[in-house]
Unconditional design. Structure first.
Length: 315
């Protein structure tokens, strides 16, 4: 049974979110598993079980959402740093809360921090039908609104992205500089959120408006990363290419992650933000879902229930 160290809590897990970072660790991508065996599960929701030394802001039984301590969230009990554990407001379901520490919080940080999104700007999101892409579509209207353009790896995923809120969705094979600019009325795009490593970076720069921000926040394909473009091209276009790592922020600026989790939970509690999740009944469903995600066949956000009250109303 896990016990909390100083500055930590243990949580009786009701629900845990599934994330592509676990898929990347599972397949052996460099930098995603600090040690073996690797214990997946990076975001959880549940109730405080035990407080470690120095933790005074919570009480046993409090409902919380948290980033786990180096994984291990796909379990009945998990450990989390207290400074990355946030109280869940009344009325927020456990399944939604479990989709927040990495899912909703990452989408919010991508837009507001890394992408410096401003109202009425155009946002291009690659892998638009995934968990982060869906969350971005729900957040943009709350941050002032703007035009949403998405690309998807498989044509059959386009409908899901449109239903999430994208104005235009293109299969990745049809996403050229001309077609993407046409989708924006012939204009360049202000913010590009790209989880594809550097495979689409040339395209991102071709469609970038003056002053655009291109945010690279993953390497879904797992291949080698190319060198960044010459500085002259960035300077001439007033274009920023920014890297984003949730794990890096957890290590170096956890307060920024905690603030994003709290803000996202508040938006849900206020009734302003609703992100659908696919509920997995138990841990036995997780390996096949990881396989779907690895093959690019997943859609939206997946959450697995571990507590008996994980999904109220479900028999």
């Amino acid at each position: 049974m896990p016990r909390p160290g100083r500055g930590e809590v243990t949580v009786d897990v009701a629900c845990a979110g599934l994330n592509f970072m676990d898929v990347m660790a599972r397949r052996g991508d460099a930098g995603y598993a600090s040690a073996w065996p690797y214990r997946p599960g990076l975001e959880i929701a549940g109730t405080i079980r035990e407080l470690g030394d120095g933790v005074t802001q919570f009480a046993v039984g409090d409902r919380v959402a948290a980033v786990t301590s180096s994984g291990g969230g796909l379990a009945e009990v998990a450990t989390a740093p207290a400074n990355l554990t946030i109280a869940v407001p009344e009325g927020v379901p456990a399944a939604t809360a479990a989709a927040t520490p990495l899912g909703l919080a990452t989408a919010l940080l991508l837009l507001s921090d890394a992408g410096r999104f401003a109202p009425d700007e155009t946002v291009l999101v690659h892998s638009a039908s995934g968990g982060i892409g869906t969350a971005v579509a729900k957040l943009v209207p709350l941050l002032g609104g703007g035009r949403l353009i998405g690309t998807v790896g498989r044509p059959e995923k386009a409908d899901a992205a449109r239903k999430a809120g994208y104005d235009v969705v293109l299969p990745r094979g049809e996403a050229t500089a001309d077609s993407l600019r046409a989708a924006n009325g012939g204009q360049g795009i202000d913010v590009v959120l790209d989880p594809l490593g550097t495979t689409a970076l040339a395209l991102d720069l071709d469609v970038a408006a003056t002053g655009a921000r291109v945010v690279l926040f993953g390497n879904a394909g797992g291949g080698a990363l190319d060198a960044l473009p010459p500085a002259g091209r960035l300077i001439g276009g007033n274009i920023s290419v920014t890297g984003f790592s949730h794990r890096g922020l957890v290590a170096g600026a956890p307060h920024r992650v905690a603030a994003a989790i709290a803000k996202a939970l508040a938006l849900v509690a206020e009734g302003n933000l609703e992100v659908p999740v696919t509920e997995l009944v138990d841990l036995a469903d997780v390996p096949a879902t990881h396989d779907l995600m690895a093959q690019g066949q997943g859609a939206g956000k997946y959450v697995v229930g571990l507590g008996r009250d994980a999904f109220p109303g479900r028999k």
